[in-house]
Design a protein around this ligand. Sequence first.
Ligand SMILES: Cc1cc2nc3c(=O)[nH]c(=O)nc-3n(C[C@H](O)[C@H](O)[C@H](O)COP(=O)(O)OP(=O)(O)OC[C@H]3O[C@@H](n4cnc5c(N)ncnc54)[C@H](O)[C@@H]3O)c2cc1C
Length: 449
Amino acid sequence: MKNIKYDVIVLGSGALGLTVAIGSVLSGKKVLLVEKNKSGGECTWNGCIPSKAFISLVNKNYSGDVLERVREIQEEVYLNENPEKLEKMGIVFLKGKGFFVSENQIQVGEDVYEGKKIIIATGTSPSTPKIPGLDTIKYLNNENFFKMKKIPRSITFIGGGVISLELAFPLKKLGVEVTILEVSPTLFSREDEEIGVYYEEKLKKEGIKLYLGVGALKLESSPMGVKISSEEKNLMIESEEIFLSTGRVPNIEDLKLENAKIKYDRNGIIVDKYLRTTSPNVLSGGDVVGPYRFSHMAGYHGEVIVRNLLFPLIKKSVDYTSVPWTVFSNPEFSRTGLTKKETKEKYSEYTIYKLDKSENDRSLSTSEEYFNLEIIVDKNERILGASCIGDRSGEIISTIQFLKSKKIPLYKFADSIQAYPTYGVSLRNLAKKSYINHLTKYLKFFKKN
Ligand SMILES: Cc1cc2nc3c(=O)[nH]c(=O)nc-3n(C[C@H](O)[C@H](O)[C@H](O)COP(=O)(O)OP(=O)(O)OC[C@H]3O[C@@H](n4cnc5c(N)ncnc54)[C@H](O)[C@@H]3O)c2cc1C
């Protein structure tokens, strides 16, 4: 049994683990990175990369084997984060499952490693709901979908969240009969109502069957594959495959957290605003902590952790006032900040600027099917929230997110020249409305005084 000492031990090599390990080694720390699977985590192997590659290949009418190409793309990404690359940077990479022996010791296999700081970056796994019959059938989830040999003829998604809304459209385009069953009465239940309504109509238009408010289900194997029934809704569907997409569970079960006095609940590891756990030298973040389970948030947590390891006396706390995200559906949906409903609850004075396809030359010139951008500002024209449905909404929200996070009033964007006909010009046109409002308020103020 070895006992080797490190400055930083990182458990898990997803977006968080890689950010912390690379950031720490670059700042001169001795780093051990422990990973039970291949480095890269959920994003590279079962999440962002394969799903976005799949969507893009189908949209570009890729003529070869789409799933095979997805796996090639994963290997291309892996070249930037494989153990050889990490070891070249000076990180010690250890393949194995780690667990806590004490507050500063991790065991992997027979060996125990001591760390001045230990970072839990173990992410989440797909949850397995208690559905009668589930144990008698084969099912898909994000872990085995991209490893399939061939695309099935029909697929039923149980759960109408982001994963289903991203994969349903490309599957339909490939000729698959797609059904989505969702327990809530609406899609995008945390968004303003019209967002869910838009996607309900869009699914219908594309021939994707959607059943909302479908709770209790029963599953049985059938000659076609699986029979899914809901007595309550008098519903019976048969499809070749089912895809479970009913949420995520934190990967904490095997970590023996009690050995390090680390508290957790059903959502994951409990941390303070500096991402410290209840054990003084153990920090955590990313999906195993939440609340925002995105790669960019795991990366952000990683940056906060590295900074606080380097400058412990001037610690940075996490700030969730400006969190953007994109659902890569068809079309994309993106958001940053407050919804209209949340704004109404918190602010008495605000303005909503809207831009649809008819006023957007980029959308018109590219025959974009639908475009809708809404930006909410406070009385000083500072952005409170924005949502966008459109082909490239993620890129548009990126600019809005910059203005929002830097607290730059929307009208300032009117002052920058943008190339025509990009979305930049469309956003600038909206910013001009904000400029006029700002000017009007300014002139009124001077008239009064
Ligand atoms: C289908 C899908 C699509 C997604 N698309 C997007 C997207 O487009 N954009 C976006 O921002 N986010 C997306 N996400 C979310 C994104 O994948 C996660 O937010 C991100 O991977 C979280 O990073 P993490 O480092 O916290 O955890 P993970 O990436 O889950 O990494 C955890 C790592 O820890 C390892 N591990 C676990 N336990 C142990 C142990 N005991 N010892 C050693 N190693 C261990 C695991 O093997 C894993 O490699 C998607 C997720 C899914 C499922």
